[in-house]
Design a protein around this ligand. Structure first.
Ligand code: PMV
Length: 344
């Protein structure tokens, strides 16, 4: 027993690379995570289902060093705020604990899309960081354990470990070991078009963490959200399996509107939309009247993600781009899971 333990420690020491870089895609939830039953472990009240967004990615480089006195963090080339740096240090502490290391790290985070604006940059950031940091310290976690670790950084990051269509299970245990994500179907199962209307590039004032805590504590609609959520999960899961865009799209829209209704009804109220968010919603409904199967979803921010048939993505993007207040439209599709892009 002792021999095996020594072997594994030696093995780990040999495999230590100290530096690794990983890349993960953002995701959009079709049945959303909105409410934590445990705020430290990021354990959700409900399950959630998302699709990975190709081309909206975050690359995270992590380098541990014995000579570093403290962790340091750059976000898109600039030094991070103290709050952001603290969040990264708490996350790295989990990895250091698992690897029995006390080395500090330099972390470089680069996203190719607006951050902290409701496009799930924390999902792609912590999924990439989970892989980069563990590999840098010589740990090789299986995807499930990686998902559990990424969840500690940001709940939705548990899903960004995987590509394609992904379900994150709420789990029941208080230690969170059964609250991880799994792939429901790979990206090639169903090539949907996803057009993302950017209506505001500024950082949002209320992040999803504060937003969902407020909603859970101060919204009279929160119990109804919980009660009706499993039915949405069932429809979305089955719709993905059957590639039924109308079923998935209608359920995703309903689920999104319920989430925002919960937030709007909180005290104080929380409204993530701008006038152009609403204008895009109305344009999507009009597209449907015009015969295009387009359905929206909105996370904790003002941007609108629109699902549509792959063949109609350009038409949909063009229509969204003409809505007053839309700054630009990004085009995406179901993408892959987290991957290592370099290790030295
Ligand atoms: O992972 P967080 O803490 O950023 O929360 C994400 C919350 C939503 O994006 C609004 C919904 C979801 O399931 O991604």
């Amino acid at each position: 027993m002792t021999g095996r333990l020594v072997d594994s420690v030696v093995d780990r020491a040999v495999r230590i690379v100290e530096r690794a870089t990983a890349k993960a895609n953002s995701n959009v939830a079709l049945a959303k995570y909105w409410g934590k039953r445990d705020e430290v472990l990021n354990l959700p009240y409900t399950g959630s289902i998302s699709v990975s967004l190709a081309g909206l990615s975050t690359t995270v480089g992590v380098e541990f060093g014995a000579s570093l006195a403290a962790d340091s963090l750059t976000l898109n080339g600039s030094a991070a705020s103290e709050r952001e740096a603290r969040r990264i240090t708490s996350f790295l502490d989990l990895v250091r604990q698992a690897a029995r290391s006390d080395q500090r790290a330099q972390v470089d985070v680069r996203s190719n899309f607006p951050v902290a604006a409701g496009l799930a940059s924390s999902a792609s950031t912590f999924a990439a960081m989970a892989l980069a940091a563990t590999r840098a310290l010589g740990l090789s976690l299986n995807p499930r354990d990686l998902s559990v670790l990424a969840r500690r950084g940001s709940g939705s990051a548990a899903r960004s470990i995987f590509g394609g269509y992904v379900e994150w299970f709420a789990g029941e245990s208080s230690d969170g070991t059964d609250s991880f994500a799994e792939q429901l179907a790979p990206p090639e199962h169903w090539r949907l078009g996803v057009a993302i209307a950017i209506t505001d590039e500024k950082r949002k004032k209320v992040g999803s963490r504060e937003g969902m805590m407020l909603a859970a504590k101060e919204s009279p609609f929160f119990p109804a959200w919980l009660e009706s959520h499993d039915a949405d999960l069932d429809v979305v899961r089955r719709g993905i399996r059957e590639r039924d865009l109308v079923a998935v799209g209608q359920a995703a829209e309903r689920n999104c509107l319920k989430m925002h209704a919960v937030a709007i009804a909180a005290n104080p109220p929380l409204l993530y939309w701008t006038p152009s968010t609403l204008a895009v919603i109305r344009r999507v409904w009009r597209l449907r009247e015009e015969g295009i199967e387009a359905f929206f979803s909105i996370d904790a921010g003002p941007q609108v993600k629109v699902l549509c048939p792959w063949a109609q993505r350009a038409t949909v993007a063009d229509a969204l781009g003409r809505v007053t207040g839309v700054l630009r439209v990004l085009l995406s599709e179901p993408g892959g899971g987290v991957e290592l892009v370099g290790a030295a």
